[in-house]
Ligand binder design. Structure first.
Ligand SMILES: [Zn+2]
Length: 199
């Protein structure tokens, strides 16, 4: 409880700091802070940024451990089309898209809702898509210890689309495989399943 209290205080202090810093950012960008619409913007941005980076305070392994069940199912389990919203660490601009996560159980399964939650925890940190993909794979592999894990993420990056090269509709795909998914046949089955329109 005491630890929670001090964590809460820490968060409030951080919020106050961020509010004043985002105020300076606005000033430097030439925003007229007396305008009603901008009046509370530094605080709103500070809260939004805290929310979007809250994954640093969360333990993804604990999420999986909280819902592991012994089960003799040994076929692929695939959770498809998980919405991903993250911030690229180079520009702090959003990248977003879909994640597809599969694993092959080895005597135990994990509650299905936990997989999107693990994706969220890692996505709500400053990221690059490549590392996000690997971290999701490694977390499931190390915690659940299945026969194999596969992760594919397809995402659009605002730092590409809104600035610089402005390649409007380009999609970046990353993948990470472990265990049985390193075998061509298993990986192909996974790719077929995520490409199929079954719903
Ligand atoms: Zn970027």
């Amino acid at each position: 409880m005491e630890k929670e209290d001090s964590q809460q205080n820490q968060k409030e202090k951080e919020l106050t700091n961020l509010e004043s810093l985002f105020g300076s950012v606005l000033d430097n960008l030439g925003g007229d802070r007396d305008r009603q619409g901008l009046e509370n913007t530094p605080l709103r941005v500070a809260k939004a940024m805290q929310f979007l980076t809250q994954g640093y305070d969360q333990d993804p392994a604990a999420i999986i451990q909280s819902a592991m069940f012994a089960e003799e199912y040994s076929q692929m389990v695939l959770v498809k089309d998980i919405e991903v919203y993250s911030l690229c660490e180079h520009h702090m601009l959003p990248f977003f898209g879909k994640a597809h996560v599969a694993y092959i159980p080895k005597g135990r399964i994990v509650g299905l809702s936990k997989i999107p939650r693990v994706v969220d925890v890692f996505a709500r940190r400053l990221q690059v898509q490549e590392r996000l993909t690997n971290q999701i794979r490694d977390c499931i592999q190390e915690t659940l210890d299945p026969m194999g894990v596969a992760v594919v993420i397809e995402a659009q990056h605002m730092c590409m689309q809104m600035r610089g090269v402005q390649k409007q509709n380009s999609v970046t795909t990353t993948s990470a495989f472990h265990g049985e998914f390193l075998e061509e046949r298993t990986r192909q089955e996974f790719v077929n399943l995520i490409s199929a329109k079954l719903h």
